[in-house]
Write a protein that binds this ligand. Structure first.
Ligand code: 9PG
Length: 452
């Protein structure tokens, strides 16, 4: 795949970090960079999914990164089950809060050759792949000093029914339906569509005629908590923020293209931009929101020219720290489109997959793009992170009648969620959809899943 040459990493060279004998049935586990990056287990002789376009590489895989033609390229975590009863081998980043090397593996007949563009440690584990990944995650959580993640309440989200067309009255209709149908959703989360622009998080679109604080009051008056979506590290070319503060953008960092506009990155190492970011979240918290879904935050970790001398991952972690400081320790913070391993210790919940959709297969074959298949494959492959790093968000439950293979999706959410959020227009559910929603809207399981 051809990339924009300005976007290439200065490119540390790949050095060999290990090799292993391949037995019959040997399998490789490849962990993707961010929430939406395909993650899975494949025959060791296979080639993993590749971004079909430059945009997909930036927005669904890992920007500024070359992918080899054949074999595997993991971000910070690759495992091998050698297939002949030998121990599972894991190659991983020693401290992914500082650096997440790309780890390549390629089969050379009898052997798997492993190389990386940064420091990697190798560990060996008895048992199967799942138990090895669980043990690996526990060790990373221990090193990061994490306690047990707190259990989260179930909720309802606007996105997978209304998308960017959501209106204030849609939120109110479903708020009323939650009461009438006696559904146990403790959080009502407004997603993309309420805002005036990508970067202008405190300005409303015309579909929200009243101040958001009034909508929050209505939600809270029903005994629920109010949640809000933002993409706080993105700045759209058409936003007011971009017009007024061009000096707050990371130089030479292309975060992709969406909402009909190119996307830049907020430079949180600029003190005024950092103050602005905190002002946005203090204001939202002041309006009464206490559940924050922060999305497209892979953008914060891109390489580029910054005001301060922080690299991508350090700048990213600083951005999340600033947001957490602004919303306070008790608010719920959900990451999405987030670089997974650099986020350990920073979030209550994490989207561990691409988006679900009402259709089963991704339209263009991109397993990083929305589809039930994309969400199920990657969500399952990251199940071991739940209860260790955070609460896994498998993406929302959608079970209205037109949702393709809705029974399978409900089963996935039941097995691998984690955070339980419904995202249908509640009055469009048939009796199976309503009963399934009622049954699945439960607090997140406090412990890791039993994956046997
Ligand atoms: C709002 C949505 C929802 C959803 C998020 C995220 O263009 N893209 O590549 C692209 C990828 C993911 C995506 C939207 C666009 O979904 O995961 O839950 O909040 O944003 O826009």
């Amino acid at each position: 795949m051809q990339g924009d040459p300005d976007q290439e990493l200065s490119g540390a060279p790949f050095r060999e970090v290990g090799e292993a004998r391949l037995g019959p049935g040997a399998r490789v586990y490849e962990h993707g960079w961010q929430s939406w990056t395909p993650t899975g287990v494949y025959p060791a002789t296979a080639t993993s999914p590749r971004p079909p376009s430059a945009r997909s590489r930036t927005m669904h895989y890992r920007a500024q990164t070359e992918f080899p033609e054949r074999g595997f390229q993991a971000a910070g975590l690759l495992a091998l089950d050698p297939g002949e009863g030998g121990p599972v081998q894991i190659w991983s980043a020693p401290d992914p809060s500082r650096e997440v090397p790309n780890i390549r593996a390629i089969d050379e007949g009898e052997r798997l050759r492993v190389s990386a563009d940064g420091d990697v440690e190798q560990t060996s584990h008895g048992g199967d792949l799942r138990s090895a990944l669980g043990a690996w995650a526990e060790e990373l959580a221990r090193r990061a000093g994490l306690g047990k993640p707190r259990s989260l309440s179930p909720g309802w989200c606007t996105w997978y029914q209304y998308f960017t067309d959501v209106r204030e009255e849609d939120v109110l209709e479903n708020l009323e339906a939650l009461d009438r149908l006696r559904l146990d959703a403790a959080v009502v989360q407004i997603d993309d569509g309420y805002q005036a622009g990508i970067g202008d998080w405190l300005d409303r679109s015309s579909r929200f005629p009243h101040p958001l604080s009034e909508l929050v009051d209505r939600i809270r008056a029903s005994g629920r908590r109010a949640g809000i979506w933002t993409a706080p590290l993105l700045v759209g070319a058409r936003s007011r923020l971009s017009a007024e503060h061009a000096d707050w953008l990371v130089g030479d960092a292309d975060a992709g293209h969406n909402w009909g506009q190119p996307l830049s990155v907020l430079d949180v190492t600029h003190p005024d931009a950092a103050a602005h970011l905190q002002h946005v979240f203090r204001t939202l918290a002041g309006w009464g929101f206490d559940f924050f879904k922060i999305d497209f935050i892979y953008a914060g970790a891109l390489a580029g020219r910054r005001h301060g001398d922080a690299g991508g991952i350090a700048a990213y972690r600083e951005a999340v720290r600033l947001i957490r400081e602004a919303i306070g320790p008790r608010a719920t913070l959900l990451g999405c489109g987030a670089p997974i391993l650099p986020s350990v210790g920073l979030f209550d919940a994490m989207r561990v997959s691409p988006d679900v959709a009402p259709y089963y297969q991704p339209s263009d074959g991109d397993l990083g793009a929305p589809s039930q298949l994309s969400a199920a494959l990657t969500g399952r492959a990251r199940a071991f992170q739940h209860g260790r790093f955070w609460v896994n968000d498998p993406d929302c439950l959608i079970v209205r009648p037109h949702v393709e293979r809705r029974e399978e999706w409900a089963e996935h959410v039941e097995r691998f969620g984690g955070l339980r959020m419904s995202s249908d227009r509640l009055d469009s559910l048939d009796s199976w959809g309503l009963e399934t929603t009622r049954r699945l809207l439960q607090p997140s399981p406090p412990d890791p899943f039993d994956l046997r």
